[in-house]
Design a protein. Structure first.
Lengths: 270, 270
């Protein structure tokens, strides 16, 4: 009755291991097929969602905001699915937002370097001197991406419970290790960890709903109480707080809404 | 029948894991013993070897190359121990010193900074701030050391087969994982891997005996054929060729020695 979150430097390898682990444990597998659901729910083309997951963060305002929104929509939908438990999740950046949930086992899979370089460059035979350069560049891009959007470095091993390199350890052995680990009692859901994931799902759902109108909004939830933080000028403070409250109070699971509008430097600040 | 290297930060419980793994598998568990061996064999005070393996090279060290000679002694001592097989090494840089040997299981054990700080506080009876600063300084030193000598980052998970995070996973879980991984076929020593190990020992011995006099020398060995690479030419080159021939006669297991001046050394050269 747990969640397994698989992150990998190679999408293909991560996907294969996630599917096989789900099959071995009789769990559901959540992957990028979910993007079709997100696209339909929020009216965003699916290729835009994929772009948000893969592309390095843009420094241009509109593009950056769109990427933020796409990621927030994905986060909200993924967390909604993860409430169901017994799920293996891969390819949706869940390792960066399912944090502090004790029944989630977070695993990083590292592909064999030559295979990974081939995958990155789209070539079958990559010259050995290019292998480390390609991998290094890819790692820096992912570091930048994850730090910009989630303030976490996805290449940092301390973000995971387990990191398995496929250079020497075979895929089937990796799956066996994952299956064994998730069976430990400490990865079983508890009342507190279930409450934490419910709170995370509610907060992400509220944020996804507010993001189009209030792009810099921060949301957290504590057992049905939703706390929203944003910036505004003195003149529009009350108006803004009322607008947010009105939008959030009828959402499912939100029993009480608290809005904190801090003074922004410029009038335009949303 | 494997060699296990356990890399760890200070207060990451890596030592405890190593000792338990060795006890469960009936392997020898070593760390400081390698320094004592090197100290005896090359008649260098242990404290100088400790400094060489612990502190990052200073600007002066970069010119004098003293640290590289000490590292060659330590590498030779470790290779000799590893040649006997069935070994758990939890000292510094094991994964780098035994690089290229297929039956070495490379493990990194990490722990949360908060847990490490607590351990240091209770052991050293110091404040939280002091403990945190000591641990961070130690981590920084380790990073600088690996970068300056090997151009690699010890935090890079790709250097290891397994990275285990002691937080949700306990020491006993980590021990169970390592013991199971060590039993995998790919970590069993075979005549081929043992031959590679013998070649590494020979290359390390030649390097250790030359390192004091010839600073830029790198050595590779295959099937007992030793190849020495050097950037220096002229008189020093003739002297090196003379020394190499002498070593070829003195060291058991060397069939042939060649000196290649001005040729870039291959990646497996020590």
């Amino acid at each position: 009755m747990s969640i397994i979150i698989i992150s990998s430097d190679s999408y293909e390898k991560g996907e294969e291991i996630a599917h096989n682990a789900a099959r071995a444990l009789n769990y559901a597998c959540l992957d990028r097929e979910l993007l079709a659901v997100v696209a339909a729910r929020y009216g965003i083309p699916q290729d835009r969602l994929e772009w948000a997951l893969e592309s390095s963060p843009s420094s241009w305002g509109r593009s950056a905001r769109l990427q933020d929104r796409c990621l927030a929509y994905m986060q909200s939908t993924t967390l909604g699915e993860l409430l169901k438990d017994n799920t293996v999740c891969h390819g949706l950046a869940a390792h960066l937002y399912v944090v502090g949930i004790s029944h989630a086992l977070r695993v990083r899979i590292l592909a064999e370097p030559v295979e990974l370089a081939g995958e990155i460059s789209g070539q079958v035979d990559v010259p050995s001197e290019r292998v480390s350069k390609l991998i290094d560049r890819q790692r820096k891009l992912r570091q930048h991406w994850s730090l910009t959007h989630y303030q976490l470095d996805e290449t940092d091993p301390s973000q995971y419970d387990l990191v398995i390199s496929l250079s020497q350890i075979h895929k089937d052995e990796a799956i066996k290790i994952i299956a064994q680990t998730v069976g430990y009692r400490r990865f079983a859901p508890m009342t507190y960890s279930l409450r934490c994931i419910k709170d995370a799902e509610l907060a992400s759902r509220v944020r996804a709903a507010l993001l189009e109108t209030f792009p810099k909004v921060k949301v957290r939830a504590e057992g049905g109480t939703v706390i929203v933080e944003t910036k505004g000028t003195r003149r529009n403070k009350l108006k803004k707080a009322a607008a947010i409250k009105e939008q959030v109070q009828n959402m499912e699971g939100a029993d009480y809404v608290e809005v904190h509008v801090k003074n922004g430097l410029f009038r335009k600040t949303p | 029948m494997a060699i296990i290297t356990i890399s760890r930060g200070s207060y990451s419980k890596g030592k405890e894991v190593a000792e338990k793994v060795a006890a469960r598998l009936g392997y020898e568990c070593i760390s400081r013993e390698v320094l004592l061996d090197a100290s005896d064999r090359f008649n260098i005070p242990e404290v100088r070897l400790i400094r060489a393996i612990h502190d990052a090279p200073s600007i002066l060290d970069r010119f004098s190359h003293g640290k590289q000679a000490f590292m060659a002694y330590i590498r030779y001592a470790l290779a000799c121990r590893a040649q006997k097989d069935n070994l758990v090494y939890h000292g510094l840089a094991g994964h780098l010193l035994l690089m290229g040997i297929p039956h070495v299981l490379k493990v990194r054990v990490i722990a949360n900074l908060g847990d490490r700080v607590k351990s240091e506080m209770s052991r050293e009876k110091i404040s939280e701030e002091e403990a945190r600063s000591l641990i961070l300084r130690d981590d920084q030193e380790r990073r600088k050391w690996t970068r300056s000598l090997y151009g690699l980052d010890p935090w890079d998970s790709a250097l290891y087969d397994l990275v285990l995070h002691i937080h949700k996973l306990t020491v006993d879980d980590a021990v169970a994982f390592i013991c199971e991984a060590a039993k995998l076929k790919q970590f069993e020593s075979t005549p081929e891997t043992r031959r590679k190990m013998d070649d590494l020992v020979t290359a390390c011995e030649v390097k250790a005996l030359l390192a004091d006099e010839y600073v830029d020398v790198r050595v590779a060995c295959e099937f007992g054929n030793v190849l020495i690479y050097t950037k220096s030419g002229g008189r020093l080159q003739h002297k090196l060729q003379e020394s190499a021939r002498k070593l070829g006669r003195e060291i058991k297991g060397i069939h042939h020695v060649e000196v290649h001046p001005g040729v870039p050394a291959p990646a497996q050269a020590v």
